[in-house]
Design a protein around this ligand. Structure first.
Ligand code: SF4
Length: 196
């Protein structure tokens, strides 16, 4: 059972703003109300897809998403960046694993506002458990989605710490606190499973 009140307090102490919604639809409507007439980039994220956020925001913003044909280089220069995490520890660490590096880079620096949308399935009790889920649940599922040649994609059961040329786990970024260079970072908690 996730104690959202305690988690919110923990994250606020680390410099993040926090919002909490029962459903992804409510969270999508909230983001739609907050992000208006600006430039937005999306990270590669099944959560964004699950929420159907792209068409919603694209009605009144300039939205760049490489999954919709946008350029990753253009995505670097937007005011707002939205993505998820591979794991969120109830002790406050945000964990992301990346293959190319664009997604994790944008969570560190370069945008005025960053939003992390986090479904309940991403939340783990502590850093070790959040890292474990990022490596053994999120990454193998992403590997399967991409249809790449790695042992985790073949079996889908865990990380094999492969040395494959197709390996998608090339960078691990842990946010201990909100980085100083970004004006605002908000964690949008959603009390339902979203993405991997
Ligand atoms: S390191 Fe290799 S085996 Fe492990 S999750 Fe990443 S791609 Fe799969």
């Amino acid at each position: 059972m996730i104690d959202y009140e305690k988690l919110t307090q923990t994250l606020e102490k680390l410099g993040y703003q926090v919002s909490h919604f029962s459903t992804s639809k409510e969270a999508a409507n909230y983001l739609d109300s907050q992000i208006d007439q600006t430039s937005v980039a999306f990270g590669g994220s099944i959560t964004m897809k699950d929420m159907d956020l792209y068409p919603l925001l694209a009605k009144h913003n300039q939205v760049i998403w490489h999954w919709e044909g946008g350029s990753q280089m253009d995505a670097i220069n937007t005011q707002v960046y939205i993505t998820s995490v591979n794991g969120l520890a109830e002790t406050g660490e945000l964990i992301n694993i990346d293959g190319t590096g664009n997604r994790v880079a944008s969570t560190l620096y370069g945008h005025n506002r960053v939003y992390f949308v986090v479904g309940s399935n991403k939340i783990a009790p502590d850093y070790d458990a959040a890292l474990w889920r990022a490596r053994n649940i999120a990454s193998p599922k992403n590997a399967q989605r991409l249809g790449i040649n790695t042992p985790c994609a073949a079996k889908g059961d865990r990380c094999y710490n492969c040395q494959s040329p197709d390996r998608i786990c090339r960078a691990l970024v842990v946010l201990w606190e909100k980085p100083k260079g970004t004006e605002k970072m908000e964690i949008v908690l959603v009390d339902e499973p979203l993405g991997y």
